[in-house]
Design a protein around this ligand. Structure first.
Ligand SMILES: [Zn+2]
Ligand SMILES: [Zn+2]
Length: 206
């Protein structure tokens, strides 16, 4: 049987709809709701027409007002609960903002400007150099030069690479430990030797 209410696991309250459960959650900070087949009561006071949603509530009403006659209209008002969150809900926490369907803004990725300059001074176009740095992880001239050698025949090698503006905001590379930094510095020396090698290779090809 389909659920006809949502039950709060924290206090046992029965809620008639997702909206009610949301309200309850806001008021009480309770978050543990589950679908329940227990209907929310609809006891209507025969004297004044006040609807009571539980035996406790109608008892209280009797104590306060002396009204004792209630008509049980539960079956009339009970309907299967819809777990669909209403569109008008401004509870943005429940909606993943990243899937909100906006077209992604595309931007040129950040690359190491020093490495870019060096590649450009070696005769590579800005587009090719940016592309190589971006796709090789922006880590070293060696990696970028390697990338260019591997991708020289790509149709789009001289097109500026584009990434979504969102991913651009992420740090381009992890920070290095002092040891890694030292190793990197050493790599640069090898890079230099390697680049000269690549340049000779490219000269032979053209
Ligand atoms: Zn509760
Ligand atoms: Zn009454």
């Amino acid at each position: 049987m389909a659920g006809v209410s949502l039950k709060c696991g924290d206090c046992g309250a029965l809620l008639k709809s997702v909206e009610e459960a949301q309200e309850h959650a806001e008021l009480t900070k309770h978050t543990d709701f589950s679908e329940s087949t227990e209907a929310v009561l609809n006891l209507v006071c025969s004297t004044c027409g006040k609807p009571c949603r539980s035996k406790t509530e109608s008892d209280l009403h009797t104590k306060r007002t002396g009204h004792t006659e209630f008509t049980d209209k539960t079956s009339e008002t009970t309907k299967p609960i819809s777990l669909e969150v209403p569109k008008s809900s401004n509870d943005v926490d429940m909606v993943d903002a990243s899937t909100a369907g906006e077209p992604e803004e595309m931007v040129v990725p950040d690359v190491d400007s020093k490495l870019l300059e060096e590649l450009e001074s070696m005769g590579f176009s800005k587009e090719r150099a940016t592309r190589a740095l971006h796709f090789s992880g922006n880590s070293s001239l060696e990696a970028a030069a390697n990338w260019i050698v591997e991708h020289e025949d790509d149709a789009d090698i001289d097109q500026m690479p584009l990434v979504s503006a969102k991913s651009k905001s992420e740090p381009p590379k992890p920070s290095l430990t002092p040891e890694e930094r030292k190793a990197k510095a050493q790599e640069l020396v090898y890079d230099f030797i390697f680049i000269i090698f690549v340049l000779c290779l490219l000269n032979q090809l053209t």
